[in-house]
Design a protein around this ligand. Structure first.
Ligand code: FAD
Length: 602
């Protein structure tokens, strides 16, 4: 069971489980709000909208029908409240708000937070989840479920699929289908509407799941007001105070902006905005070399838009270099994405057809293309260049949402460079009753399944039903570029660094999926390599595949690597013909041999 609530008595006049506040604070002038008009248990109707655009108390149909993201409120009460929170100021009457007691309070209702909360509740704990989405600089906001569901994996993969279908349509004629003549027309608006419908349904499902798991959903922004009490302020400025024996930080991250250059925040969009953008982004510059920039550029190009990627240093940093360059070569050569390499953006400005300033409208979209263009200037080795775009999408990294949480009060240490939470192997921070999971955690992979797994295992440990810890090694991942790249384990550079060149054997192969033969897609556009330890048990250290459905293929190999498979296991495994997956077990050409890894024939 959880340890006793060490915060009893700290600034709290009384504790009640799931108690409602008897009075609510006044953040602006006016009478105190009586309880009947205030916070209600999740699932009950409330007159006020919630801060996430998913409408507390809406029924499913309403939730699904409301597709537009909420408008930003420039000077909302919450912003006033959060500014005051940041300054450590307590609103009038707040000290009279009763403190509600839980076993566990989770801050952040994303992949990790929801998994952790539900698992703890399943084991009999009283749990509250605070979740709140601050609008992006362009005013985009969304519902419960965090980044993955709303502005990450899910909408991204659906848009990737939309682009792949365009490729399939282009291939279909070779397979005898009478496809409509060129140009094929894609409706961005229909895609966005359908994607957002699906996201809304997921938001609804998450709320329902919390309700049935008996987890208290607090749609409010949380920050610590003392070591053991969290203050949650909703969109209307109403406050709840929650005490717990343990806290889990699962606040994730948000896109970083180019604040150091003119226009780098106010004229750009980020992935937070793209998936709900009402009009097609048009000619788009994606700034950044990470997977988000490349994926977005990839599906935009696949949907018929002109997509450029401006990379300051290396693309797909952290991934195997050869695989990353293969991805870029394919995107440039076969999918029409234009890369601007080794470039540093210096300014972004709005230009009209005549080059004058167009006012203060934000964001992108090609609806007003020409009238709302953005001129981006960049520098390559001291030489300036520029071009005009309909949309500029920044994807230059993500910052952990630790600012304003008052983590100094419980004494949670942050990494000085990344601003992320530092925790030990059991996800315990420097404050013994505070834990952290998911993207907010320093030095861990920023991936949904990692956050979910860590959250579940942490909950089980907190509940005393298991002592299993998260294994952060051997986590597979996929970059959903036009030709997908999936990998698990070490890159060639990592393996060589660890074992030296003589200690590593790389088997590799170029290939073309059979499905690409009839439409005459290029030979040898796909590439794989499997990295083994040389000598000893010849353990497999890394698997890398650039080809269709790479993620589907590599998932199984991730299991094999976890089980400690060796070169011999690869040799003994019979392929499934004709698939891309069989190429991984068939690969026999070693880099060391210098033999040609290109494929000819079946
Ligand atoms: P999140 O899911 O970000 O949830 C944190 C929640 O906490 C948010 O709702 C936030 O608003 C809320 N919050 C923050 N501060 C507070 C506060 N003070 N009070 C209350 N609530 C607060 N991962 C994959 O595995 N596969 C993919 O294909 C993939 N694609 C991605 C594509 C994009 C464009 C992006 C941006 C991410 C992608 N990811 C992908 C990463 C994945 O989305 C994250 O790793 C995952 O969502 C992290 O989960 P989390 O629980 O740590 O945080």
């Amino acid at each position: 069971m959880l340890v006793a609530c060490a915060g009893r008595g700290e600034g709290a006049s009384a504790f009640r489980r799931f108690a409602r506040a008897p009075t609510l604070p006044r953040l602006r002038g006016g009478a105190e709000t009586p309880i009947d008009g205030g916070l209600r248990p999740s699932g009950e109707a409330s007159g006020a909208g919630d801060g996430e655009g998913d409408g507390e108390g809406e029924d499913e149909a309403e939730a699904e029908a409301e597709l537009e993201p909420e408008e930003a409120e420039p000077e909302s009460e919450l912003e006033v409240a959060s500014r005051r929170e940041g300054e450590g100021e307590v609103a009038e009457g707040e000290d009279e708000v009763e403190v509600e007691e839980f076993d566990l309070v989770v801050i952040g209702g994303g992949s990790g937070g929801l998994a952790c909360a539900q698992e703890a509740a399943k084991h009999g704990q009283t749990v509250a989840v605070c979740d709140f989405v601050s609008p992006s600089p362009s005013g985009t906001t969304w519902g419960l479920g965090g980044t993955c569901v709303n502005v990450g994996c899910i909408p991204k993969k659906l848009m990737h699929q939309a682009a792949l279908l365009g490729g399939a349509l282009a291939d279909a004629g070779s397979y005898g289908w009478n496809v409509p003549p060129q140009p094929r027309v894609h409706s961005w608006a229909s895609l966005v509407e359908n994607v957002q419908m699906h996201v809304k349904a997921l938001n609804f499902g998450y709320r329902a799941a919390l309700l049935s798991a008996d987890v208290e959903y607090v749609n409010a922004r949380a920050c610590f007001e003392s070591a053991h009490v969290v203050r949650a302020t909703d969109r209307e400025g109403r406050v709840r105070r929650l005490c717990a024996k343990a806290f889990v930080l699962a606040v994730g991250g948000r896109p970083r902006y180019l604040d150091e250059i003119p226009g780098g925040r106010d004229l750009v969009l980020s992935s937070d905005d793209l998936f709900s953008l009402r009009s097609p982004p048009g000619k788009t510059l994606c700034i950044g070399g990470g997977y988000i920039a490349l994926e977005c550029a990839g599906f935009l190009a696949g949907l018929g838009m002109e997509a450029h990627v401006l990379v300051r240093s290396v693309p797909l940093r952290g991934f195997d270099r050869q695989m990353a360059e293969h991805v870029v070569t394919q995107m440039e050569g076969e999918h029409g994405v234009r890369f601007i390499r080794a470039a540093r953006p210096t300014r972004i400005e709005r230009v009209a057809a005549g080059g004058s300033d167009e006012g203060d409208e934000r964001g992108g979209g090609a609806d007003a293309a020409g009238a709302r263009r953005l001129r981006v200037t960049w520098d390559i080795d001291g030489v300036e260049a520029s071009d005009e775009f309909d949309t500029v999408l920044v994807a230059v990294g993500r910052d952990a949402q630790t600012v304003g949480l008052r983590l100094d009060l419980p004494g949670v240490a942050l990494d000085a460079r990344t601003g992320k939470v530092v925790a030990d192997e059991a996800e315990r921070t420097s404050a013994p009753h505070v834990y952290a999971i998911g993207d907010v955690l320093h030095g861990r992979p920023e991936l949904t399944p990692v956050a979910i797994q860590a959250g579940k295992l942490l909950a089980r440990r907190l509940c005393g039903v298991s002592d299993e810890r998260m294994d952060y090694d051997g986590v597979p991942t996929t970059v959903f570029t036009p030709v997908e790249y999936a990998c698990v384990g070490a890159s060639e550079e990592e393996a060589t660094r660890a074992l030296g060149e003589e200690g590593v054997e790389v088997r590799h192969s170029f290939f073309r999926p059979l499905e690409w033969a009839l439409p005459h897609r290029p030979d040898n556009a796909c590439y794989l390599k499997v990295i083994f330890e040389r000598g000893g048990r010849e353990r497999a250290l890394g698997v890398h595949l650039c080809g269709p459905s790479a993620g589907e293929v590599v998932q199984g190999f991730a299991l094999a690597l976890k089980a400690g498979c060796t070169a011999r296991h690869f040799e003994q495994t019979v392929g499934i013909h004709p698939t891309c997956a069989e190429e991984l077990v068939a690969a026999s050409v070693t880099k060391r041999s210098g033999a040609d890894p290109h494929k000819r024939g079946c």
